[in-house]
Design a protein around this ligand. Structure first.
Ligand SMILES: Nc1ncnc2c1ncn2[C@@H]1O[C@H](COP(=O)(O)OP(=O)(O)OP(=O)(O)O)[C@@H](O)[C@H]1O
Ligand SMILES: [Mg+2]
Length: 355
């Protein structure tokens, strides 16, 4: 049987471009080369689609990009592949499976998934609807509200309301959430535009900061407790991983704490009672299903100090996949190696496509 061709698409215009490169090299290294031929395609920071044909170690550098051939995914379902364009010459490269390794805006929010749908090629991970809802913190909350799973008290403010009457908005937030509270753009990159407000001045600043990223702003009460994460894998039969804990080095787990601060640590399995980790695993699967998830996601929670409540925080449909990322580590702890994980994800994509 001839090998299937997997296009690994990485990079992208989002703020998580760098992490995507690291995730992509980890995924490519773990794709079974006996079964699959890998074609890496990079979306540059500027949004160009280019073919990567260098050694895997070079994926993290950007030097090769200006010499690379353009390679765009054709939306024509008759093509089912990439069009490699050099000058006026176009070469066709057939693709059997698309493996998006794109985090954040344009990659994890249904945008690129819409293109994948048009191509008629199976692709790894969530579809258009689940990606779009899961990227939007306001809409995710609406769906999770139907599940009887606790969430932080929250309210939504729109940019135009802020421009019209910020005092009203502040009053609404103070009544719903109190201080400190978290101010978040509904859709943005990892921790981009998120602030913690301890008083009215910081809240006003935080609302304007968030409004730069999105016209919808979500404000949440502060939850004090452990930060816990659970990975899920599957389409109809969904497996939940063990539960892990993240220990932010900063006041909250922002982009810098996550990727640049070596003091931030992860603990697997999380040091919590068995019944709490079971509750989290069940909730993770229920949330994933309610959001019409497929393939993979990482679902994040708090275990609230004092009340011992499991509180849902957010879901990531294309979570980080580096050697120190929670998603592969949580499944590794369950005995599923990164190589097996990558293999299962590709098979799930094919299965979903075949229906
Ligand atoms: N309501 C809250 N109470 C306490 N801490 C919070 C709350 N919301 C967010 N945080 C802190 O801020 C961090 C970032 O928030 P959140 O996970 O919602 O943002 P994100 O940018 O979508 O995250 P990611 O980078 O995982 O995609 C959390 O990991 C946590 O440390
Ligand atoms: Mg988070």
């Amino acid at each position: 049987m001839s090998k299937k061709v997997v296009a690994v698409i990485f990079g992208g215009r989002s703020s998580e471009h760098d992490i995507s490169r690291v995730s992509a090299s980890m995924i490519i290294q773990n794709i079974n080369q006996d079964k699959y031929t890998v074609i890496p395609v990079c979306i540059t920071r500027e949004g160009r689609w280019v073919l990567f044909d260098g050694p895997i170690e070079s994926i993290k550098s950007e030097n090769w990009e200006k010499f690379a051939a353009t390679a765009i995914l054709s939306p024509d379902a008759d093509h089912r592949g990439l069009l490699r364009i050099v000058g006026e010459k176009v070469k066709f490269i057939p693709i059997d499976i698309i493996f998006p390794v794109l985090h954040g805006l344009n990659g994890e929010d249904g945008t690129v998934q819409g293109l994948f749908e048009l191509t008629g090629i199976p692709y790894v991970g969530c579809g258009v609807l689940s990606s779009a809802i899961s990227m939007n913190k306001a809409y995710t909350k609406l769906v999770v509200n139907t599940l009887d799973i606790a969430q932080a008290k929250h309210t939504v403010v729109y940019r135009n309301e802020l421009e019209e009457n910020i005092a009203d908005c502040i009053e609404r937030v103070e009544n719903a959430c109190g201080y400190p509270c978290f101010v978040k753009p509904a859709c943005a990159g990892s921790s981009v535009g998120i602030t913690k407000a301890h008083n009215r001045d910081e809240l006003a600043d935080g609302l304007w900061i968030a409004a730069r990223e999105d016209r919808t702003i979500v404000i949440e009460e502060n939850i004090t407790g452990l930060e816990l994460e659970c990975a899920v894998l599957g389409n109809d039969d969904v497996t939940a991983s063990v539960v892990g804990q993240i220990l932010p080095a900063a006041e909250f787990y922002d982009y810098d704490a996550k990727y640049n601060n070596s003091e931030s640590r992860t603990v697997i399995p999380a040091p919590i009672p068995k019944e709490k980790s079971e509750e989290i695993r069940e909730d993770a699967v229920r949330i994933f299903k309610a959001l019409d998830g497929s393939g993979l996601s990482r679902v994040d929670f708090f275990l609230e100090e004092g009340t011992n409540r499991v509180v849902f925080n957010e879901i990531n449909t294309l979570p980080g996949f580096t050697s120190i990322s929670m998603y592969p580590m949580l499944f590794n702890a369950l005995g599923i190696s990164p190589e097996e994980l990558v293999d299962r994800l590709i098979e799930l994509a094919i299965k979903k496509f075949e229906g």
